[in-house]
Structures are given as structure tokens and as C-alpha cells.
Design a protein around this ligand. Structure first.
Ligand code: ADP
Ligand code: MG
Ligand code: MG
Ligand code: MG
Ligand code: MG
Ligand code: MG
Length: 670
């Protein structure tokens, strides 16, 4: 979760006085890194991050609750790790894993102990390592507790008891009507972040997820579980004053979004140019991987209606169809998490004329990227055609100090945001050695892609992070999606592929692609010819090479494709990403075992894209709708949730076979 400095966190009223200080020094720190490390050469490395929710089962009362014991578990894991490090020469399993806290006090995050290298054989370690992490987490849990890879917890914030131990929702940080502050990681950074987002915005965050209208769901649906008349905090009036919309599931706290789990992949590139190129190319793929978000908007003008990135990428990994005990009419977490940290004021959201703020900003801090970063030969300035909001003084400072305009715009765009958590003791930093102020802004711009400069004083290089995927119920699926993205980066770099399409054009296109089932039914803009030139690789079928296209019209470079066509090809003009990966594997000497293992993963992605296999979201929806206690009223009751979560636990441990989700593939038991 980024930096975790200690000290006295400042209330927003004090923090805001230091915003310019943090920004100015953050830019100096970025310049130090840039000038010291812009020529650094590294090897290709990568690693995944998986987030878990720890669930405690109460079999007697048929309830499954989120366990708030995670810090005890982390302490035990860290202790075992320290002990393992002291027996030199041993190859303890714990050292093959790394553990991190997350926003939720019920969440764990784990990565491989060291990043993977660039060989295909490394890919075969991914799933076993994920399995090992699940086993290690389990080791320090009670017999009734299980670590689950589930994107959103179905009854988080629902009426009744959903936490172990139970707490009433009356904390001063979130001031939520549904979740207590005890749910938040107790490190000062997290309650402060929560409170300062609310204070900066001038209201609680307000997320309205459209409810799935089943036959017995009232129309209009006015949520009877909202404590409409509560008067504990001034913010309690917001729900009745219009923040909670009819026919929606209203969520009022950061925990609803930052309490979601995801699957992220970070690549270390060989140099800064390659990192910038990967950033752009993967950005165009982000949307395909996340899932299908349906047509809904935040209840704020200029709010996050989602651009094509998250829409398209939600298609394959969609895994979050239930919020606060109700079936939603969306399958993915993305807009919930975007709304959950949306600290923009009414002025910034375009609801009032600008007076105290500097910019109208179209997106939350958690959203899709707005500009490409690379200046390689395939990039055309026309692709960066969204009017980008940026701090022009910062851009000028960067350009005056030797940063090219493209990168300067990127950083100046991140720096339109205020630092939200400032520790009093950390205000004065040595800009030649610290990156704290830079990271303060950088790490609270939660976008589909993150361009990560090397931390000063480390051996780590220029990296990019692919952040849009929802976590899957099984390690088999998580390994499959990680492998797919990793192989795609290899193909992009080896074949010199070009996925560029103008950001605005796709944004516009995606607005009509919000319907449920968009992955199967809708068409998305994608580049027609992804090859650098006709002769560069097998299978180039378009008659326009990029060389020709560069002088031609941008509009001629892309066309409409279904996700199935993008992933699997259309049989004629467009090869498809999986066939491209297969060509790449064919061009290498891959041993049979490796090839078979990789094929399983590609097969899963292929079948998700063509609709043969359902997404996790669809599986969960079906489970609820077929449950004997379900009353066709959208309600996911405590008992339905208990059975659902128990089944998810079994699936995660490979104890049940789910052919509609996983095809013929078995999940190894653990
Ligand atoms: P964050 O939460 O800031 O995104 P984490 O430390 O949790 O970062 O995860 C970083 C991921 O990046 C890990 O999966 C790790 O394996 C991977 N990685 C890629 N390259 C490197 C590198 N050079 N050094 C360390 N980690 C790397
Ligand atoms: Mg995380
Ligand atoms: Mg992390
Ligand atoms: Mg993180
Ligand atoms: Mg990360
Ligand atoms: Mg942006």
C-alpha cells in the first residue's frame, strides 16, 4: 500500500497548508531520481501481488464474518521470516513469500519473496508460489478462519454482524452508517487518509451501485437497511438529502472500495524507455482484463462514469457482483473503488464555479490513465487527445530541468492532486536522498497503470504496474491471468507490437459499452494492425503497416472488435492476442512440460473471452440466485452469504470442481 512512514498525521485543515511544499519537494525528488537513474540498465523482472480477506466462520449461527485479527497473523509471519533469515543456508518456504498489510484490518497482501526473472520456466513457479502463500496464511489462522481471494465481500457493511469481533458503525474517521473504523488498518496513515478524503471533499464519499432488479425487488427500491434517521454525525443527513439514490446500493465509506482485493502485476523494464513503452501498450489492454462494468455512473456530475480502460479490461476477471448484502447490476469493483477515494470538491467535480480550487477534474484519484507516456517511434501525438489537466508550473519546472514534455505532463497531471496524509515530523526531507514527498502524491494516484521510478538508494529499476485486474477465487485463475499478461509483454517487446489507439476515441466508445454482457456482445476499438511492419512477424494481415499508418489518418488505424475477437482473433483480418502469444511460444524452444502448463493458462483466458467459461462474478450471481433461501428480491442474506463464502473457500482450496468456471482444469488441493 505504498509508504508507511510514522509520526503525527496532520488533520486536513493543517495538511492543506503544506500541500505546495510537498508538491515542490516531490518534484525536486523526482528530478533527483530522474537525473541519477535515467540511464540505468536493468534486467526484466516481474512479480504479482495478491490480496486476501480473512473470513471467520461461525457455524453455529451460520454466519461468515471478516476477521479483524490480521495484524496478529502478519506479526507471526514476520517473526517466522526473521527466524528463517537467521538460519543461513536454509531454504525456508517463508522466504519465498513477502507479506504486507492493506487498507482493511481483515486484509493480507502477499507477493513472491523475490521477483521472477524473464524465463518461461519462471512462469511455472507462479501458481505453486501463490498456493504456498495461501498455505502460509492459513498456518497462523484459527481453524475457523480462512484466507479468501475474493474481490468484494458480499456482506461488508450489511445490517447484522459482518465483523469478528463485532463493532457498531460509529467511528469518527469514516463516519459511515455501515462500517466501523475498526475495519481500517490501525496504522495512522489509513484512518487519516479516510478522514482527510472526507474532509477535503466536504462530504462523505457517495457511491451508488445500481441494484440488480429481480422479480421481487421493489420498484423503486428504497433501501430499508439504511439508517435514514440516524443523527450521530453531521454527515448522517447526506443519505436523506440525496446522496443515497433509489434503485441503488448506497455505499458511504472508503472501506467499500479499498476493502476490495485485486491482482496486480509489476514489471521491471530494462530501461526507462522500455518502461514507458510497456506503460502505454499495457494501458490499452487494461480494460480487457478487468471485467464488464455496466451502464452506471457515480451520482455526481463529471463523476467516474468510467472510460474504456476499466470497462474493457473488466471483461475477463469480473468478480464483484454483490455489495452490502445486495446483488448489484454490475460485476466489478472498479467504479466502487474509484468512488471510495474520490476527494474532489464540488468545484473540482464541476458542480460549482471554481473559487477555492484550481481545476475541474473529470476523474477520481483512482481511475484510468489520461495520457500516454512513451515517445517511441510508434507513438503519435494525436493519440494523447484527451485535454489533460496538469499543473503547468510543475510541467515547466520539469521541462526546464531536462525532462521531456511527455513525461513532464504525466508527472504534472499526477501533481494536480493534494497530498492527503502528511506526517508533521516528515515535512523536511533531503531531496537528494528521499522520495517521500514524491511518493506521497504518486502512491495516492491509483490509476489503471502506474509508472514507478526506482526508489533512491535501491537496486530496483524503472517499473510499471498493471493494476486493473480483480482477484480470482483460485490460484489457478490468478496464475493464468498473471501469465497471460506476462507473456503478452514478452510478445509486445519481441515482436515490437503496437496497440495504440487514441485515448479519447476509446473513452467515447466505451460510454456505450456499459451494458452487462458487454464482453460478449459489445464491440470495442482496437488497433487493426498491431505489427510494426508487414514483414516483422508471422501473421500480419492488414495492408497498412505502422510505417504507412504513421503518415495516414489515425482514424484508419483502428476498428471495432468484440473481446472474443481481440483475445482469440476473428479468423480473418485480426490475429488475436492468444494466437500472437502462441506464435511467440512457437518461435522459442519451449520444452513440452512448460508448453503444456502455459497452454492451460491460455486456455482459461481463451474460454473466458469466448464465453465458454463464466467469470467469477457470474458464478457468484448464479450461486445466489439458485440458493434455496433466495427470495428473488436481490437480498444476499447472512445464510446465503455463509454458504456462498464457504463454497468459495472450498473452490479456493481445490475441494470442489467447478467446470463452468474452470473448464477441465482442477485446482490442486491445499
Ligand atoms: P506496491 O504495493 O507498491 O505496488 P509491492 O512491494 O507490494 O508494491 O509489490 C511489488 C511487486 O513488484 C512484487 O510482486 C515484486 O515481485 C515486483 N517486482 C518487479 N520488479 C521488482 C524489483 N526490481 N524489485 C522488487 N520487486 C519487483
Ligand atoms: Mg495492495
Ligand atoms: Mg503491494
Ligand atoms: Mg500497494
Ligand atoms: Mg501494487
Ligand atoms: Mg488521470
Amino acid at each position: 500500500m505504498g509508504l508507511l512512514s510514522n509520526g503525527t498525521p496532520l488533520h486536513w485543515n493543517d495538511a492543506k497548508k503544506h500541500a505546495d511544499h510537498v508538491r515542490a519537494h516531490g518534484i525536486q525528488q523526482f528530478l533527483t531520481i530522474f537525473h541519477n537513474l535515467k540511464n540505468q540498465k536493468d534486467q526484466l523482472l516481474w512479480g504479482d501481488e495478491i490480496e486476501y480477506m480473512v473470513v471467520a466462520f461461525d457455524d453455529e449461527n451460520k454466519n461468515a464474518k471478516l476477521s479483524l485479527r490480521v495484524f496478529e497473523v502478519l506479526d507471526a509471519l514476520y517473526k517466522e521470516q526473521r527466524e528463517a533469515e537467521t538460519h543461513l543456508g536454509t531454504n525456508d518456504e517463508i522466504l519465498q513469500t513477502a507479506w504486507h498489510p492493506e487498507y482493511g484490518r481483515f486484509m493480507l497482501e502477499a507477493t513472491p519473496g523475490a521477483p521472477y526473472g524473464s524465463t518461461l520456466r519462471d512462469l511455472l513457479n507462479v501458481e505453486p508460489n501463490m498456493r504456498l502463500r495461501r498455505v502460509l496464511a492459513q498456518k497462523y489462522l484459527k481453524p475457523n478462519e480462512i484466507p479468501l481471494t475474493i474481490t468484494s465481500y458480499p456482506r461488508l457493511g450489511a445490517s447484522g454482524q459482518f465483523l469478528e469481533p463485532h463493532h457498531e458503525p460509529n467511528g469518527d474517521a469514516a463516519r459511515s452508517m455501515f462500517v466501523p473504523d475498526e475495519i481500517i488498518n490501525p496504522h495512522a496513515r489509513f484512518p487519516t487518509l479516510t478522514a482527510n478524503i472526507r474532509r477535503r471533499r466536504g462530504a462523505k464519499v457517495a457511491i451508488n451501485v445500481p441494484i440488480f432488479h429481480d422479480v421481487n425487488t421493489p420498484r423503486p427500491f428504497i433501501d430499508p437497511t439504511i439508517p435514514w434517521d440516524r443523527n450521530l454525525f453531521p454527515e448522517d443527513s447526506e443519505a436523506r438529502a440525496g446522496a443515497a439514490l433509489p434503485d441503488h446500493i448506497y455505499l458511504d465509506a472508503m472501506a467499500f472500495g479499498m476493502g476490495c482485493c485485486c491482482l496486480q502485476i509489476t514489471f521491471q523494464a530494462c530501461n526507462i524507455e522500455e518502461a514507458r513503452r510497456l506503460y502505454d501498450q499495457l494501458a490499452t489492454l487494461g480494460p480487457i482484463m478487468v471485467g464488464v462494468v455496466e451502464g452506471w455512473r457515480m451520482n455526481v456530475k463529471g463523476g467516474c462514469c468510467g472510460c474504456w480502460m476499466e470497462k474493457l479490461c473488466l471483461a475477463l476477471t469480473a468478480a464483484a457482483p454483490i455489495y452490502r448484502g445486495y446483488l448489484a447490476d454490475v460485476d466489478c469493483r472498479w467504479n466502487v473503488i474509484a468512488g471510495s477515494v474520490d476527494d474532489r470538491t464540488e468545484e473540482e467535480r464541476g458542480l460549482k464555479p471554481l473559487k477555492n480550487n484550481r481545476y475541474v477534474i473529470s476523474k477520481s484519484r483512482y481511475d484510468s490513465i489520461d495520457s500516454y507516456l512513451s515517445t517511441d517511434a510508434t507513438f503519435r501525438p494525436e493519440y494523447n487527445d484527451i485535454p489533460l489537466v496538469f499543473d503547468n508550473d510543475i510541467r515547466q519546472t520539469l521541462v526546464d530541468n531536462g525532462v521531456d514534455n511527455q513525461l513532464a505532463r504525466h508527472v504534472a497531471h499526477l501533481f494536480i492532486r493534494d497530498p492527503l496524509v502528511i506526517f508533521e515530523e516528515s515535512l523536511d526531507q533531503d531531496d537528494m536522498i528521499s522520495s517521500d514527498h514524491f511518493e506521497n502524491i504518486q502512491s495516492t494516484n491509483w490509476q489503471t497503470m502506474r509508472f514507478k521510478p526506482p526508489p533512491p538508494g535501491s537496486s530496483i529499476g524503472w517499473r510499471v504496474e498493471f493494476r486493473s485486474m480483480e482477484v480470482q477465487m483460485t490460484d489457478f485463475e490468478n496464475a493464468a491471468f498473471a501469465t497471460f499478461i506476462v507473456l503478452l509483454t514478452r510478445v509486445i517487446l519481441s515482436f515490437g507490437l503496437n496497440f495504440y489507439v487514441p485515448i479519447s476515441k476509446v473513452d467515447e466508445n466505451m460510454k456505450k459499452a456499459h451494458k452487462r454482457g458487454a464482453a460478449i456482445n459489445e464491440k470495442f476499438y482496437f488497433r487493426k494492425n498491431v505489427f510494426p511492419s508487414q514483414t516483422a512477424a508471422e501473421g500480419a494481415t492488414s495492408d497498412t503497416s505502422n510505417g504507412a499508418a504513421k503518415s495516414g489518418k489515425v482514424e484508419d488505424e483502428y476498428d471495432l472488435f468484440t473481446i472474443n475477437e481481440i483475445i482469440n482473433g476473428n479468423g480473418t483480418t485480426f490475429r488475436g492476442l492468444i494466437p500472437l502469444i502462441e506464435s511467440y511460444l512457437n518461435s522459442l524452444n519451449v520444452d513440452i512440460e512448460t508448453r503444456c502448463d502455459l497452454s492451460k493458462y491460455l486456455e482459461l483466458v481463451r474460454k473466458r473471452a469466448d464465453g465458454t467459461l463464466v467469470t467469477g462474478a457470474t458464478w457468484m450471481r448464479n450461486f445466489v440466485q439458485n440458493h434455496p433461501y433466495y427470495r428473488q428480491d436481490s437480498v444476499v442474506s447472512q445464510e446465503i452469504n455463509y454458504d456462498l463464502v464457504r463454497e468459495i473457500a472450498r473452490i479456493g482450496r481445490g475441494e470442489v470442481i467447478v467446470p463452468e468456471l474452470l473448464g477441465n482444469f482442477n485446482v490442486a488441493k491445499k
